[in-house]
Design a protein around this ligand. Sequence first.
Ligand code: 13P
Length: 241
Amino acid sequence: MYFIANWKMFGDLRTLNTLDKVIKFSKTNKKNKFQIIYCPPNTLIRPMSRRFKKTNIEVGAQNCHDSYDYGAFTGQVNSRMLKNVGAKYVILGHSENRQIGETDNLINLKIKSAIKSGLKIIFCIGETLKERRAKKTNQILKSQIEKGLKSIKNISNIIIAYEPVWSIGTGEILKEVALTETILFIKSRFKKKNPKILYGGSVNTNNIDKLKKIPNIYGFLIGGASQNPKKFIDIIQKSII
Ligand code: 13P
């Protein structure tokens, strides 16, 4: 199972001291089959990967530019540069970026560039509340998958993260039946390719007991709760027992 910490715009060099608890936890649970991945802001990728040396915790980024080559793109960082400082993964298509104008086509270009750089991709999809209420969830997810992964045949390095937009940071989660159905729908879109599907959106120490029972979920993408090592460890512990 994957436990991915999306720190969003959080953390400085001092915050890294809080990781000692998680490192200790991962070392004492080496035999358990789970993978912890931290996706901090770009400023912390290098120092974090240094801290995680000699552990099996991996580091990822939260976004990248679509250009594989350097260019005149002020403020941007490409997938090769992220790989160079220690990232093994990159989150792409997060709704917080879709909301500020990232299109399916741009996400597709970013994914291709990240594959070329040798990064693994955490590809986020999810519907808004309005779309769910209008019973358009499946249609939206289908379109996000088709456009985001257009002309990408080998998806072995792509993890799908289903994150209902309205569930992010709100404490609201789908009822079990609805979540089961939606995950199954996503799985069906890939036929035999069978990608790993994660759930994200208000995962916390209280709802994890329910969430872990949903079939076909291969792990969790965790925002707020992952900033607190105690809560993050608690979520992992509850999921793996
Ligand atoms: P929260 O866990 O804070 O709802 O964030 C989820 C998320 O956006 C992870 O990518």
